[in-house]
Design a protein around this ligand. Sequence first.
Ligand code: SAM
Length: 348
Amino acid sequence: MATLTIPNSQMAQQESSSRLIDKHGRAITDLRVSVTDRCNYKCVYCRTGNDGAQYAELPVADYLRIVRIFVDLGIEKVRLTGGEPLLRKSLPELVRELAKLRTAVDHAPLDLALTTNGHLLAGMAQPLKDAGLSRVTVSMDAVDPDIFARITRVPGSFHKVLAGIRAAQRVGLGPVKVNCVLLRGFNEDQIVPFAKFARDEGVIVRFIEFMPLEEDRLWTPATVIPVPEVLERLHTFRPIVPLQANMLSETAQRYTFDDGIGEIGIIAPVSQAFCGHCSRIRLTSDGKIRTCLFSQFDHDLYGRMRRGATDEEVAAFIRFTVEQKEARHHIGEPGFLKPSRSMVHIGG
Ligand code: SAM
């Protein structure tokens, strides 16, 4: 695994500022925190069939210290992810403490979100809401239970996820977003059923292009369903109407239908990359900073904490690391290298 070492002398030169800005001028306001790289699903586009964690999990107090320092540096949104974050028993405790943090700029509560496969969500939605979670995104790649089981490689999983989505809506963890990774040969015929699902269930369904971040070597350009095909398929159901972006860094192109019912998003990181507006930074379950999903480097934040770094030294390391954020990914270009970790070990 590649690790970039940054000399202390260079770190000391970092000026103190309450905003994280990279060398390309992008403000970094969105932190994704992976709390485990274990998962109870084996989605074909993500994991191999092997079980178990590959990387360590930090104690809640250490995630909390790290996030607090990030928030002091200008982070406004925190998304908890994994692996499958609901496998961490201490998740409600972490959420409860994170919900007490206030943003550095206007002292507003953090936007605190969770990405989950939804398998355990029915029983966890209320405790997470009570702990202070703002909203959830549920990953669900088919509305046909058999296709769903073929993708997750866990029989009987669909109805648990559906119950999880409904519980999240019931307790007020909405608007619930449902993310569907499209993969040629598996679920392109689910696009129209998902449109109906979005309208019937009142959720925002977002189709995501398959990226070369999987453990198995499945990805080729031919496995990606092109955006025009997604739009055409939606159009066979009802005429679609574009919606305005909510903000500049929004990753999804938003659509509704001619009657205004239902919202669909299309996230096309491969064919229509949005790196120029990227506001994200990631922390792995074992406390490494990842500046891009496709990075070749882990930046060892936790190692520094374990060696006794003060909050100021941790903050200086974060600032220095953020500055190094890659301009963009190079998927599909000659010489493209797969990242040094797959999605499940980074945190999506
Ligand atoms: N277990 C949680 C879940 O299923 O949402 C959180 C972690 S999962 C790695 C986060 C997101 O990454 C999911 O929406 C998943 O579908 C997506 N994902 C995983 N591998 C991907 C890939 N190769 N390309 C695109 N999205 C991927």
